[in-house]
Design a protein around this ligand. Structure first.
Ligand SMILES: [Zn+2]
Length: 203
């Protein structure tokens, strides 16, 4: 199984970043939907064991509820991005309210990186938000949230699709914890074996 980004999506969001093609020896791990007390500290410890840095696209409402875990992310040298306050679908919301939800999250997160929930927002929402945020998409999806695949299939999805410069999506959410605890250490082993560095996205 190999998931690719559909070309129409890239055309729809030309201002967005999907990967870093010039980074010949690095991969960019990203964790969406946290912080979650039950899994985020585990992820941070695991990354530390490998001297890996990552980017956490947090939900404003979760940062509001779990400020200690958010502080832990920053204290460990990872970067953070805005993943909206309440995880709405852009297509089913007027641009004004959608942007308000993102700006509300910014009060807690303070980052100029933004990743849209579900990866879908309207071209107008992209235009408005890209005036203030760098829109970071992805090009390798781990499917760690899926209950239709096994741990091993999830791992194969990550290591089979990863390449230098890739932006890989994981989730530090309860829903993804089962797959993540199996996949992350093995994926990190794989990246180290390849000689790739795991870097945070910085702007
Ligand atoms: Zn999300």
């Amino acid at each position: 199984m190999r998931l690719r980004v559909p070309p129409f999506l890239k055309r729809l969001y030309p201002a967005a970043i999907w990967n870093f093609p010039n980074e010949a020896d690095s991969v960019f791990l990203t964790f969406d939907d946290g912080p979650t007390p039950e899994i985020t500290p585990w992820v941070i410890n695991k990354l530390a064991e490998y001297d890996a840095k990552a980017t956490f696209f947090c939900l404003g409402k979760n940062v509001e509820q779990h400020p200690e875990e958010f502080t832990l992310i920053r204290a460990n040298g990872h970067s953070v991005g805005n993943h909206s306050y309440s995880h709405q679908r852009g297509f089913s919301m007027p641009t004004g309210s959608y942007v308000e939800d993102v700006d509300l999250a910014d009060e807690f997160i303070r980052s100029n990186l933004f990743r849209p929930p579900y990866s879908f927002i309207t071209p107008t929402q992209v235009r408005v938000l890209s005036e203030r945020y760098k829109i970071i998409m992805w090009n390798v999806l781990s499917l760690d949230y899926s209950n239709k695949i096994t741990n091993h299939q999830c791992l194969k999805q990550v290591v089979g699709s990863a390449h230098p410069g890739a932006v890989i999506v994981f989730h530090d959410s309860l829903k993804s914890a089962k797959h993540l605890k199996y996949v992350l250490p093995k994926a990190l082993d794989f990246f180290v074996e390849k000689g790739w560095k795991m870097k945070a996205i910085e702007y």
